[in-house]
Design a protein around this ligand. Structure first.
Ligand code: ADP
Length: 743
């Protein structure tokens, strides 16, 4: 049994302010983690208003009260902008009603408004209690027993505006909505050679607009943090015209709702439309996405991340003592970070002040390093001519190898366009290393990669082949014949091994003494030097959508499912898919499967169905165990069902490698390739031939010398020694393994 740090403690959970996808995942995690740790948990309905109204506005929640909510948008416990809570009298009533239920620990999921209200409530708490005692509305003993309100905040906001964390709850799903819409618009716009102006949410924060413009392959963006200089109308139109002349069939401008010029005058989407229509004589349409950005199913990221945040917030809150100050929990570089609540709110509001004061440099800096990098990358991606006039422009080969991963095309497009804008000649190597050996190498022009952003698959082709000794000589000849100065491989483990082989043989083959760069792309997410690989997020979204459908298919029955994910020996997809899909069990190669474990699971399952469960879901990684296959586990479950439930298995298969890349995969592809080209330039400028693995460590793009590659990997099972996501195992257990009633 887990440590019962929650015994005798009561937690309240509420959602407040604007709703966001993923709030339900957080509520579910808070409720279940609290129960797993022995605490009692109460849902407060309709935000702060539920505390003020009391009565049925505050309800004890059990495990099943948050069943079947993970896939829903919005918030199942309601949200509200409570005017009463802004008044001291409202907050006094709230304190009274919380204590009537014995609650003195509170998790609030909301925006900066909700969180500053929460902090005020916490600060006033002792005085509010004194007033209640004075007025005869509260017993002194009760007040003495709850001297402080202990709080934890989670940021629910599609804007991604909280300073100090990477992502807020809902931002990734909103980006999905926007990028889907842009993809749809791009196809119709391209057919008619039309222009579109797309307005997205973000009054003070340009995150959604900027990232959607990069991920959607758009031409121009207007954001509050970086208003354009005077004369921008002309420059924008000239840029759109250059893009058209270079082969673009559509133009898409993204406008954040809070966009202004440098004088602080609003720039509306209608204004932008008129400018384009008048100056370029183009048929131009406006699409205002509005509330669809908030709606719909949460993305895989918003489910697993919110679940993790809810879990960590509750653990911290149950460990808090009356002296503890409140924290906001957010994701920072694939870790959960706790930021002092008022610092987070203050820093977030400070950005709006900086914008109002016209200090745009500081406003951009406050958004974090990668925000500025993305803004620069967008400028380069949209510029068809050479920004850097580079007399000594180099010839850079790009290729794919390994298994297919969604986002490879996005990465190839980014490499071609960034490379050209930096003055290089970009060479496409077709069909992996066999293609390199056979000299299937052609120059790629700016327009050749048009519309590759949203394409799944790999238009350059790819193979898993690692070149044999006899192929090294012809490969060297081709590199020389085509005067390749550097080689960039975007692909999976076989591609990494192939590059390593070239690197390893450079003493014998001088042609290999050029910078060799690997950029990770594999749905398995098993590559060295990077915590995430391009394609894994898309695959996770495919898995989560499949699980949603599988669960629905069982609506009217009592059924157990065993779902098998890809990943070879790496359990990333199974663990994260299980976490985001709401599975009861995950089976991973990293942990192995034993008969004793299966026995315990089957016994638990039987008792659980006897208590009224109607659905059970296990996610098994394809190579979790050679003997206990998906089929064997499904048969064992069936054999032991006693006729109480039926069993189905579902092997998800290759759909996981297909589909249009998710916004996150597109952004990561762009960023990693941008860094790889920087690194190539650094090496070539220095006359060096350093070779590197490019990757994401935390929220930073980094590179590791290729010579270190083998030491990072467990080559037998083709996965890195260090797998950061395994720490989420305990989160899966806390939210899926319902504690059994004590007899
Ligand atoms: P968000 O949390 O999304 O930023 P709001 O700013 O509208 O949304 O805040 C949501 C609710 O939080 C408000 O309706 C109010 O109940 C409460 N709230 C916000 N600011 C304060 C404040 N300064 N004092 C007390 N309550 C506040």
């Amino acid at each position: 049994m887990t440590e019962q740090i929650g015994a005798g403690k009561r937690i309240g959970i509420l959602t407040s302010g604007g709703d966001a996808q993923g709030m339900n995942a957080a509520v579910r995690a808070v409720v279940r983690t609290a129960i797993s740790l022995g605490a009692e948990v109460y849902a407060v309905f309709e935000g702060y208003q539920g505390m003020i109204d009391g009565g049925a506005g505050i309800r004890r929640f059990g495990w099943d009260d948050v069943g079947n909510v993970l896939h829903r948008g919005g918030t199942v416990i309601g949200t509200f902008r409570s005017k009463d809570f802004r008044e001291r009298a409202g907050r006094r009533a709230a304190a009274r009603n919380l204590l009537a239920n014995g609650i003195d620990r509170l998790v609030v999921i909301g925006g900066d408004g909700s969180l500053s209200g929460l902090d005020l409530f916490r600060t006033e708490w002792p005085d509010l209690l004194a007033e209640l005692v004075e007025a005869g509305e509260l017993d002194q003993e009760v007040a003495d027993a709850h001297p402080a309100l202990m709080i934890a905040g989670l940021v629910g906001s599609i804007d991604n505006d909280l300073v100090g964390t990477d992502m807020t709850i809902g931002a990734d799903s909103a980006l999905h909505r926007i990028v889907d819409a842009i993809d749809d618009l791009a196809s119709t716009a391209a057919s008619h050679q039309r222009s579109f102006v797309v307005e997205v949410m973000g009054r003070h924060c340009g995150y959604l607009a900027l990232m959607a413009a990069v991920a959607g392959g758009c031409d121009y963006v207007l954001i509050p943090e970086d208003p354009p200089e005077a004369g921008w109308e002309e420059r924008m139109c000239a840029e759109l015209a250059r893009g058209r002349a270079a082969g673009r069939r559509d133009s898409i401008v993204v406008v954040a709702e809070g966009a202004t010029d440098r004088e602080g005058n609003a720039i509306t989407s209608e204004q932008v439309r008129q400018i384009i229509e008048q100056r370029l004589g183009e048929d131009t349409r406006v699409t205002i996405l509005g509330h669809v950005q908030r709606g719909g199913r949460p993305s895989a990221f918003d489910r697993w991340c919110s679940t993790w945040l809810g879990y960590e917030a509750v653990r911290a809150l149950l460990a808090a003592d009356p002296g503890s100050e409140g924290h906001v929990f957010g994701i920072r570089g694939n870790r959960v970070a706790a930021v002092p609540l008022m610092d987070a709110v203050r820093n977030t509001r400070e950005v709006s002040h900086l914008i109002d004061a016209g200090d745009y440099t500081a406003a951009m800096a406050a958004r974090g390093q990668s925000f500025g990098v993305m803004a620069q990358l967008l400028r380069e991606l949209t510029e068809p001519s050479r920004i850097t006039v580079n007399e000594a422009g180099k010839r850079i080969g790009i290729m794919h190898a390994g298994g297919l991963a969604p986002g490879m095309n996005t990465a190839a497009r980014a490499a071609v366009r960034l490379g050209i804008s930096r003055g290089h000649t970009m060479l496409g190597v077709r069909d992996g290393f066999p293609g390199l050996r056979d000299g299937r190498i052609t120059e790629l022009a700016w327009a050749d990669v048009e519309a590759w952003t949203a394409d799944g698959g790999a238009n350059l082709g790819l193979r898993r082949t690692i070149p044999g000794i006899e192929e090294l000589y012809p490969i060297g000849r081709q590199l020389e014949n085509h005067q390749v100065d550097a080689l960039l491989m975007i692909g999976g483990w076989n591609g990494y091994q192939a590059m390593y082989r070239l690197h390893d043989e450079r003493d014998r083959y001088p042609a290999f003494r050029i910078p060799l760069m690997c950029v990770p792309a594999s749905i398995d997410n098993n590559l060295p030097g990077s915590e995430l690989a391009i394609g894994a997020d898309t695959a996770l979204n495919v898995i989560v959508e499949a699980i949603d459908r599988i669960k629905q298919s069982a609506a009217a029955t009592r059924r157990s499912f065993v779902v098998e994910t890809m990943g070879r020996y790496c359990g990333y997809l199974a663990l994260m898919g299980g976490l985001a899909g709401g599975s009861e069990r995950v089976y991973l190669h990293e942990e192995g499967i034993t008969l004793a474990q299966l026995n315990r699971d089957i016994e638990w399952l039987r008792r659980s169905f006897a208590r009224g469960r109607s659905l059970f879901l296990a996610v098994r990684n394809e190579r979790a165990n050679e003997e206990y296959t998906t089929d064997v586990i499904a048969r064992m479950l069936r054999a032991e069902s006693g006729g109480v439930y039926d069993v189905r298995q579902s092997v998800l298969g290759h759909q996981q490698q297909g589909g249009s890349p998710s916004p996150f995969d597109r952004l990561m592809a762009t960023r990693l390739v941008g860094h790889a080209l920087d690194k190539i330039a650094e090496q070539l400028d220095a006359g060096a031939d350093g070779s590197y693995l490019v990757g994401l460590t935390g929220s930073r793009v980094k590179d590791v010398p290729m010579g270190d590659m083998m030491s990072l990997m467990n080559t037998t099972v083709r996965r890195p020694h260090d797998q950061w996501w395994l720490r989420l195992r305990e989160v899966v257990t806390a939210v899926s393994d319902e504690p059994e009633p004590q007899s």
